[in-house]
Design a protein around this ligand. Structure first.
Ligand code: PEP
Ligand code: MN
Length: 285
């Protein structure tokens, strides 16, 4: 046991990097950097299916989209729930892209695990211990976001809860912490990427969309995250960001995403890596 009381998630326990197979053709944590993209929320089946095809063609390797949305205000769009899950699954199946979506409570874990390839625990739930224990029993990988005021050890302690339940397939996601300056939604902690990698063998990814809250800052911070060693970047993309039902200000348009992927390839190769490309055939609708 380390000084922080952790075992399974530390480099003391395991020195080699953990590689997590998300699907037969997609893994996170090896030399290839994954690109996770999609809307903040699934807004309709046609929206997510059409966008998934565009994103795949532009270079995305995993599709994201929230069905159960943790919203700061109870009066804003809470997500489509079950319908959002089935639509996301359909978009994933049509494009061959694995899908990640958030699970907010213990009672929804079974349903989300049935439809998703990766279960996301959002920043607000990073210390929801019953939820962490429950996803620890899942057979699918878990994407664990850093809480808005969590230290690296607190974040790793939450990962340890999941690992302790038997699920060692945990992907850590830096998504910005609460700073003092309202100029950006959050303070995107790029340092956390190599700093937490020094402590853990788990893959570490970065979400510059929530990290900055500003679509003009998403491309430079996505590039910075890959330069810093992130195993994947997760970005919010929307066809019409100004009309998005959630997180429009931080959503980039597909054309910006396409350009970003090209630049991510350059940065990845500059740091001795490459960007994973989707290989599974696309099934037509
Ligand atoms: C999200 O990714 O949709 C999300 C709500 O993120 P976070 O938990 O980081 O706010
Ligand atoms: Mn969002």
């Amino acid at each position: 046991m380390t000084e922080h009381g952790l075992e399974l998630v530390t480099r003391d326990h395991k020195q080699t990097d953990t590689v997590i197979a998300v699907s037969p053709s997609v893994a996170i944590g090896n030399r290839d950097v994954c690109i996770i993209a999609g809307p903040c929320a699934v807004e309709s089946e046609s929206q997510i299916v059409e966008l998934a095809h565009v994103l795949r063609a532009a270079g995305a390797t995993i599709l994201r989209g929230g069905a159960f949305k943790p919203r700061t205000s109870p009066y804003t769009f809470p997500g489509l729930g079950t319908k959002g899950l089935t639509s996301l699954r359909r978009a994933g199946d049509e494009t061959g892209l694995p899908v990640v979506t958030e699970v907010m409570d213990v009672g929804s874990v079974e349903e989300v695990e049935e439809h998703a390839d990766i279960l996301q625990i959002g920043s607000r739930n990073m210390q929801n211990y019953p939820l962490l224990r429950r996803v620890g029993q899942c057979v699918k990988p878990v994407l664990l976001k850093r809480g808005i005021a969590a230290t690296l050890w607190e974040w790793l302690s939450s990962a340890e809860y999941i690992a302790n339940g038997g699920n060692l397939e945990i992907i850590l996601c830096e998504r910005g912490i609460r700073g003092f300056d309202p100029a950006t939604r959050n303070l995107f902690d790029v340092t956390a990427v190599p700093a937490v990698k020094r402590l853990t063998h788990l893959p570490v990814i970065a979400d510059p969309s929530h990290g900055t809250g500003d679509r003009t800052l998403v491309p430079p911070m996505a590039l910075a995250a890959v330069a810093a060693g992130a195993d994947a970047v997760m970005v919010e993309v929307h066809t019409h960001p100004d009309n998005a039902l959630s997180d429009g200000p931080q959503s980039i348009e597909p054309a910006v995403f396409e350009e970003l992927v090209k630049r991510l390839r350059l940065v990845a190769s500059a740091v001795g890596r490459s960007v994973l490309q989707a290989t599974k055939p696309v099934h037509s609708p």
